[in-house]
Design a protein around this ligand. Structure first.
Ligand SMILES: C[S@@+](CC[C@H](N)C(=O)[O-])C[C@H]1O[C@@H](n2cnc3c(N)ncnc32)[C@H](O)[C@@H]1O
Length: 388
């Protein structure tokens, strides 16, 4: 997890030039689209504009030399625990694994490797990745680790209509473009972006009647005081579609976030938008477009509801710490070679980051949606269920 630090390191001249090109591309879109774009459109362009957006171009992103570190990058124990859960699901319903947003490909490689070692490799490991640059990175990593199994890995352009097996999306919902809604004394406004002489600037516009307005009115805390927050309708649509496709199996969505009552808490009156740049975080999405990630916490109540609308059942919702421990983390850690003291210590401290309540353990949650499985899921058996 990065730290909040107002002093942000300057980019290299090439990176700064890249960012200027993306900023010009977004500026042209604003002019083309009526001099105002909703924040969700700004975010879509900043992260995914072809060849330029943060996820679509070649910056490092993941790991120590990138902007942030995710759980599968921190410790292979994350994938080992997921493999225990995946094995249970695949034994029950058969089918494939589908990973959404596989990033650097480390989870795909480690998860497949664990299942293969256990004699439980799925016939196909499907990967749905919107970024062509990341697809290439994933392919290279997997080709190096499993040159003889490469044909089992299939990159998809869209979600399959029917799906059976185990689906996992780690830190994907938080980067799906979301809307910003602001409540003022004069009602609800959608926060958008305009172009000024000084660059991009916020501009709040009245909202037409529709789902965004209805939702904000329903979830914002009562009162007329200033309140700003995010609403992730596109992430909900993604979850709904996954749930709809899933004939039998389980989909796990792992991310930082809260249930609705905590998300739209009166004290969280400035929302949760957060930008990640070289292991620092801050709240300015206009800073160096293309060189930083833009995210928000996930409203898991909304995601669970979307899953149910898609026809799936909620099988569990708990913290990452409880999920990993319930999958057998403690036993897996104790299996290491006791003589390799230094590497063991390093491995233990990485695991600690995954479950420590002040790091990823409490803030990160695991939501399981599924169909066609009767037995309780391994990762939620002894876990503390959180009310959605
Ligand atoms: C924060 S990264 C997480 C990467 C990886 N899951 C991990 O844990 O290291 C988000 C990933 O989701 C991908 N992504 C974003 N929106 C997506 C969508 N709608 N469908 C599939 N992948 C998406 C990004 O390109 C990126 O690979």
């Amino acid at each position: 997890m990065p730290s909040a630090d107002p002093i942000l390191p300057p980019p290299s001249p090439e990176a700064a030039e890249h960012s200027r090109r993306l900023a010009a591309h977004i500026a042209a879109a604003i002019l083309d689209e009526g001099d105002w774009i909703p924040f969700s459109r700004f975010m879509e362009l900043a992260l995914y504009a072809q060849g330029l957006g943060y996820y679509a171009a070649g910056s490092r992103k993941f790991g120590v030399e990138g902007d942030f570190v995710t759980a599968p990058e921190i410790s292979p124990m994350f994938a080992r625990c997921l493999a225990m859960q995946a094995e249970q699901v695949l034994k029950a319903v058969g089918g494939d694994i589908l990973e959404l947003g596989p990033g650097s490909g480390v989870l795909a490689a480690d998860l497949y490797g664990e299942l293969k070692a256990a004699g439980a490799a799925p016939p196909r490991y499907l990967l749905l990745e919107v970024s062509p640059e990341l697809r290439e990175r994933q392919r290279a990593r997997i080709a190096e680790r499993f040159p003889d199994d490469l044909e089992r890995f299939v990159w998809l352009d869209r979600l399959p209509e029917k799906l059976r097996g185990f689906v996992v999306a780690n830190e994907v919902l938080d980067v799906v473009p979301f809307s910003l809604v602001r409540r003022t004394g004069n009602g609800l406004l959608e926060r958008g972006v305009i172009l000024t002489e000084a660059g991009f600037a916020w501009d709040d516009a009245p909202m037409p009647d529709g789902e965004l307005k209805r939702r904000a009115a329903a979830v914002f805390p009562p009162g007329e005081y200033e309140y700003l927050s995010e609403i992730g309708l596109a992430a909900e649509a993604l979850v709904r579609t996954v749930a709809h496709s899933l004939e039998a199996g389980v989909a796990l969505f792992i991310d930082y976030g809260f249930p609705e009552r905590e998300y739209y808490h009166p004290q969280r009156s400035m929302g949760t938008l957060r930008c990640h740049y070289r292991h620092r975080f801050h709240g300015d999405p206009f800073f160096l477009p293309g060189l930083q990630d833009i995210t928000a916490h996930v409203d898991f109540t909304a995601m669970a509801r979307a899953g149910e609308q898609g026809g799936a059942e909620v099988f569990g919702f708990t913290t990452q710490a409880y999920f990993l421990i319930s999958c057998g983390l403690a036993v897996l850690v104790s299996e290491g070679d006791p003589n390799m003291t230094l590497s063991r210590l390093k491995a233990t401290s990485a695991v600690h980051r995954l479950i420590n309540p002040s790091e990823m353990g409490e803030l990160f949650k695991v939501l399981a949606l599924g169909r066609g499985i009767d037995a309780p899921l391994l990762g939620f058996q002894s876990a503390r269920h959180i009310a959605l």
